[in-house]
Design a protein around this ligand. Structure first.
Ligand code: C2O
Ligand code: CU
Length: 464
């Protein structure tokens, strides 16, 4: 139950306050081998942050000492290293969402790595094969840890990318805060059994509707990641010409204007925006889903028009994702459903105490020391097509770790052959996702509405 983890978290915050966890606590860790100089330090901490008007919010979690987790920059094809240091009183790990890493670097506790306890550390090292927008988050007690702030954006740069006048990175997420600015219960069971429990305060880069300056008549590369635990967005841009250039870290085969483009938790949107010529013009990125549309962030044009053109934005290089052999592919049936079976096991990695959802009728909350059997054992190098069917009245952003798939067809809509790691399957939709099982290991597949994941909508493939 959340009470347990919440108490642990509060203890952690108290300890952080008393010991002044931050750089000053470094002495406590004396005797550790120094990290390699190029290793990025990502240290979890409990902080206070101003997330709404009024009192600052306590027990906000971040990597670093203040503000939101840093945007982590990597370069395609170049080694990257980071040391996770756990400064909070709750075990944690880091998952590099969408980055095709070796299994041991994937951050799933029990399955591929041990917990990282308070005061302990874990070194991650890998070479990102793909350029694009990705993100990172814990894979332990995720409803609390992510809900309280541990979600950061990753940009994998490619020196061959087209040139923009400015780049903006936007971390989109909500917070469940009461009127006093403090965290309230992370979820309601009756909502977990439906679309999920929504946040009460909506932010972009931990701010309410931030405004960025961009050169008039200039070209903006806007990278947005939905790092919220629940919310599905429908994106639109007002006040400027805008085109979608990449989704989920991969270039789109055909660019298009975002017109209520629906993306779910875990997904990333990359836009090329051409700023208006007039100085002071405002461009807005909006979420138009549901009954309470929201301006997420705005851009203000500054200076004399650069007179650049959207059509001059050259193509993004395709990522080196293996092309599947459609004819030789083996089929994997995968049904998403509700379940009446209650198998919720207690786990220090954050059991919510309920099971509402299942994959192929098996509910499993993930991140437990007693994994269920894999969905399927896949042969290294073989092509597969997942026939995924949504038997529920809700949309689910289904995320596969470790490998990228291609969207082949859908029963309900026209789809581009997008390469992705997360597919937002709509109610009653059937979709075919093809991929080559080219990364050995155990790879999770789960809904990225964290309450769904943690109440059963989780499974995994074993690639051998
Ligand atoms: Cu973004 Cu298994 O997670
Ligand atoms: Cu779901």
């Amino acid at each position: 139950m959340p009470a347990l983890t919440r108490r642990k978290l509060l203890q952690g915050a108290a300890a952080a306050g008393a010991a002044g966890i931050g750089l000053s606590a470094a002495g406590k860790f004396a005797g550790w081998a120094a990290p390699k100089p190029e290793s990025l330090i990502l240290k979890t901490a409990s902080i206070e942050a101003q997330l709404m008007q009024g009192a600052p919010t306590k027990n906000v979690l971040t990597y670093g000492e203040t503000g939101m987790p840093p945007v982590v920059r990597m370069r395609k094809g170049e080694p990257f290293a980071a040391r996770l240091i756990n400064g909070i009183d709750d075990p944690t790990t880091i998952h590099w969402h969408g980055v095709r890493v070796p299994n041991k670097m994937d951050g799933v506790p029990f399955m591929v790595q041990p917990y990282v306890y308070q005061g302990d550390h874990f070194d991650y090292a890998f070479t990102p094969p793909d350029a694009g927008t990705f993100w990172y988050h814990p894979h332990c007690n995720t409803l609390i840890q992510m809900g309280h702030g541990l979600t950061g954006v990753i940009v994998v740069e490619n020196p061959n990318d087209p040139v923009f006048d400015v780049e903006m990175v936007v971390n989109l997420r909500d917070w469940r805060l009461g009127d006093d600015g403090q965290f309230i219960d992370p979820f309601r069971p009756r909502d977990a059994a439906k679309a999920g429990t929504f946040g009460t305060v909506r932010t972009a880069n931990w701010l309410d509707q931030p405004q960025f300056d961009a050169p008039a008549g200039g070209l903006v590369r806007l990278r947005a990641a939905i790092t919220d635990v629940t919310r599905i967005y429908a994106f639109r841009v007002d006040g400027a010409e805008a085109t979608v250039i990449a989704l989920d870290g991969n270039p789109v085969p055909q660019r298009f204007t975002p017109d209520a483009l629906q993306l779910g938790p875990g997904q990333r949107l990359e836009l090329a925006i051409r700023m208006p010529d007039e100085e002071g013009a405002i461009v807005s990125l909006r979420d138009v889903r549901g009954t309470k549309p929201k301006i997420l962030a705005t851009l203000r044009s500054v200076g004399k028009s650069l007179k650049h053109e959207l059509r001059d934005v050259g193509p993004l290089e395709a990522n080196p994702v293996a092309e599947l052999d459609v004819d030789g592919a083996k089929r994997i049936p995968l049904a998403l459903s509700a379940t009446a079976e209650n198998v919720a096991a207690d786990s220090i990695c954050g059991s919510l105490g309920y099971s509402f959802w299942a994959i192929n009728k098996v509910p499993w909350p993930g991140d437990t020391p007693d994994p269920t059997a894999p969905l399927a054992e896949l042969k290294l190098g073989q092509s597969y097509i997942i026939d995924m069917e949504n038997l529920t009245p809700h949309a689910h952003p289904i995320h596969l770790h470790g490998m990228s798939f291609k969207v082949l067809s859908s029963s309900t809509r026209a789809v581009q052959p997008l390469v992705s790691d997360t597919y937002l399957i709509l109610p009653n939709e059937k979709v075919q996702l093809g991929f080559v099982a080219d990364n050995p290991g155990d790879w999770l597949l789960h809904c990225h509405i964290i309450e769904h994941q943690k109440t059963g909508m989780t499974s995994y493939f074993r690639v051998v």
